[in-house]
Design a protein around this ligand. Structure first.
Ligand SMILES: NC(=O)c1ccc[n+]([C@@H]2O[C@H](COP(=O)([O-])OP(=O)(O)OC[C@H]3O[C@@H](n4cnc5c(N)ncnc54)[C@H](O)[C@@H]3O)[C@@H](O)[C@H]2O)c1
Length: 241
């Protein structure tokens, strides 16, 4: 079987780093795109292609993709993981902040998918995986633009699955609950945030990045070609779709 090649956004830390390492362990060649350098990811992923750029910038996406194709010659898997999740009372959200969240969480997956599509089509096989959030179900009052952006990304997932099905490309979303990453620990998880989410789960512990790996590998698996347009809710039973 052909070696699969993957591009993971937001791969410097947190879930993105975990996904990049897991895909490499699964036999993929992996590139990561992030605003910042990714030395810890590069250390753990043999042959890692480190790309520095902004996922909201079309020119920077194109430049990054050219490097991927130079290195790999092809692309099969896109993991739209880069995202921001600020917490803020609704009445304090400015239009500028709203647009920033929408651009990173919703517009960037569109720009990335649009850019990689010719390569996935040429390969006749592809997997697009969008990282959303179980917050779309629990709907916290301080995350209105975030929930709107991730709900938009679920809609994007469903409709895009229909558009790309004829090319042998599946499109799915994974919805974690609150996961112990450095950013979550510093922000939404601080001041009892993790505890608040944990008591609402059926599984009585905090979710770790490693809890999402089996689902990611299932979605990108060769045998998962009939799984598309779905949102896999991996939230310890905190919310049911
Ligand atoms: N951690 C959680 O509790 C949790 C829960 C549900 C969903 N998620 C989702 O999972 C994803 C990853 O979360 P995380 O906790 O690992 O985040 P994180 O902050 O640890 O990592 C996100 C990475 O994305 C990069 N990034 C941000 N904006 C970018 C841009 N414009 N261009 C390129 N790179 C950019 C950052 O530099 C960072 O390395 C996000 O989409 C988030 O919404 C996280």
């Amino acid at each position: 079987m052909e070696t699969r090649t993957a591009l993971v956004t937001g791969a410097a830390q947190g879930l993105g780093r975990e996904f990049a390492v897991a895909l490499a362990g699964h036999g993929c060649r992996v590139a990561g795109l992030d605003l910042v350098a990714q030395p810890e990811t590069a250390e753990q992923v043999p042959g890692y292609v480190e790309l520095i750029g902004d996922v909201t910038d079309e020119g920077q996406i194109q430049g990054a993709l050219e490097r991927v194709i130079e290195e790999f010659g092809t692309l099969h898997i896109l993991v739209n993981n880069a995202g921001v999740y600020p917490s803020c009372p609704f009445e304090e959200i400015t239009p500028g902040e709203w647009r920033r969240i929408m651009r990173v969480n919703l517009e960037a997956p569109f720009l990335l998918t649009r850019a990689v599509l010719p390569y996935l089509k040429a390969a006749g096989w592809g997997r697009v995986v969008n990282i959303v959030s179980a917050a779309v179900l629990t709907a916290p009052p301080t995350m209105v633009p975030y929930v709107a952006s991730k709900m938009g990304l679920i809609g994007f997932t469903r409709s895009l699955a229909a558009a790309l099905g004829p090319y042998g490309i599946t499109v799915n979303a994974i919805a974690p609950s609150m996961v112990r990453t450095a950013t979550a620990e510093r922000t939404v998880g601080a001041d009892g945030g993790f505890e608040h989410v944990r008591v609402g789960q059926v599984v009585p512990r905090t979710q770790e990045p490693s809890d999402l790996i089996s689902t990611l590998l299932y979605v990108v698996d060769e045998g998962s070609g009939f799984l598309t347009g779905q949102t896999l809710n991996v939230s310890g039973g905190s919310a049911f779709l």
